[in-house]
Design a protein around this ligand. Sequence first.
Ligand code: SAH
Ligand code: SF4
Length: 352
Amino acid sequence: MNAVNPQFRSVIGMDLPELEQAVKPEPAYRARQIFEYVYTKRILDYDRMTSLPAALRQRLKADLPLGLPNVNQRFDSSDGTRRYLLDMADGRTIETVLMPQDDRDTICISSQVGCPVDCKFCLTALMGLERNLTAGEIVAQVLLVMEHNELAPGDRRLNLVLMGMGEPLLNLPNVLKATRLLTGVIGIAPKRITLSTSGIIPKMEELGKEAIRPRLAISLNASYEAQRREIMPITKKYHLADLMEACRRYPLRKDERLTFEYVLLKDVNDSDEDARRVVQLLGGLNCKVNLIALNPGPGIAYGTPTEERVASFQRIVREQVPCYLRKPRGRDIYAACGQLKRMSSQELVTVG
Ligand code: SAH
Ligand code: SF4
């Protein structure tokens, strides 16, 4: 069990034995009732848990917060994307993004406040790491967005991606606990959850051993060591060759494949030669590639390649490996990949 700082103790994030312990001296069946209200019925308000006695509701309200974050601001993009700026119990804020599409809905969740990995093209990196999120804070993002948008867990359209703020593999115990609750209790299939990493090799190995785990995406972003070091300094610690080796060793399940993400930076990693090198790196791997043209931001020194450049890159990779272009979602509200840096509406006006 993960010790949770009392400041962040909340129903959301607890498994049943933890909740039974937390409601004592109430009998265990009370814990089960609350558990079902929160995770199954998504009734996220003690006042609406009408099968609990009023006195108990009052006591719990004071003693055991549910742990639903406060929506500080919500931004709605012209393309349907919604960005939530959420207040945590300690006053820090994080972001969660809902991307409704024709054939599916994707919730992009954060795993840390900020991020310690210093990728040069990412706005979140500029914040540094403030802290890890608890399992409850990870699950709460999903429950909140589901409730606000009437999304159901069994719906095949619903997908979760751990691609918001933070490096999920540097907060693995909480991410795994959240995954167990999201899958086992809330009912989202593990194959509908994808975790994206900058390539923390030892943690990839740990993840591979887990019985219940999300699918794995690796932010490749470069076609050779020196180039990756320049844009992702973590490569100095975890070399590209070792990362590829770890990908080859990764215990993929039946009908599972790795995803490689590649942010295209104008005149840095977007040439046809880069595309050919990427194909070579990925040779023999059961995988697909998602390309994304840089989403620009203040303080980011790179440019976005032209559509023609992106198309040429994609054409080369696609000859060997399935390769898709990820459309930027919600750029107008700073909700796109790499743009999550807690921009408030005032800042949006300044940069927009
Ligand atoms: N930390 C994890 C997950 C969060 S970042 C990771 O790095 O994989 C999610 C994705 O956004 C990564 O693939 C990352 O390479 C990409 N990304 C970061 N900054 C970006 C930007 N400015 N434009 C486009 N994609 C970006
Ligand atoms: Fe962190 Fe991912 Fe941004 Fe890199 S791209 S700084 S790992 S959030």
